[in-house]
Design a protein around this ligand. Structure first.
Ligand code: CO
Length: 171
């Protein structure tokens, strides 16, 4: 049966689901595929470059990323290697209107499964590395603000030269 993709509501930072560790996916079935399809549409609508399942109220280890027209679906992802450092502006679709400069690994390798349960590895640098770390943080109940020394480091989108773009690159 055909089913159109649907937008799901993105929860914001005060929702406790964002602070829970998500559960491993064991059924790579139609409901997982629907979730991934809906998450892609919801992320594009926001717009953002990444979205984790608990951001749409589903406590499963599932995330999507789309950067430079390349879609990556991550199921049960794990960072298996990280190196270097980068500091750049970062935003979150669950903390709308704000960005901050966040230190992250410059490069990460992630092991994950695709929607059919096949294992794959993806290596990211720059924005992709940042998005991978941001989304996997979400799946572990962490938010980017946890990496800041103080919430005073949050800047409203539009109040800094660099952050307009970072607001669009939220995950
Ligand atoms: Co986020």
């Amino acid at each position: 049966m055909l089913r159109a993709m649907a937008l799901r509501r993105i929860v914001t930072a005060e929702d406790p689901i964002l602070r829970e560790r998500t559960k491993k996916v064991s059924n790579f079935d139609a409901s997982l595929h629907r979730l991934l399809d809906d998450m892609l549409e919801t992320m594009r609508d926001a717009p953002g470059v990444g979205l984790a399942a608990n951001q749409v109220g589903v406590p499963l280890q599932v995330a999507v990323i789309e950067i430079d027209e390349r879609i990556t679906e991550l199921v049960n992802p794990r960072i298996v290697r990280s190196s270097g450092e980068q500091v750049d502006w970062e935003g979150c679709l669950s903390i709308p209107g704000y960005v901050a400069e966040v230190g992250r690994a410059a490069a990460v390798t992630v092991k994950a499964k695709d929607r059919r349960g096949r294992e794959f590895r993806i290596k990211g640098t720059e924005l992709l590395a940042r998005a991978l770390q941001h989304e996997i943080d979400h799946l572990n109940g962490a938010l980017y603000v946890d990496h800041l020394d103080s919430l005073d480091e949050l800047v409203r989108v539009g109040e800094h030269d660099a952050d307009e773009e970072a607001g669009e690159a939220a995950g």
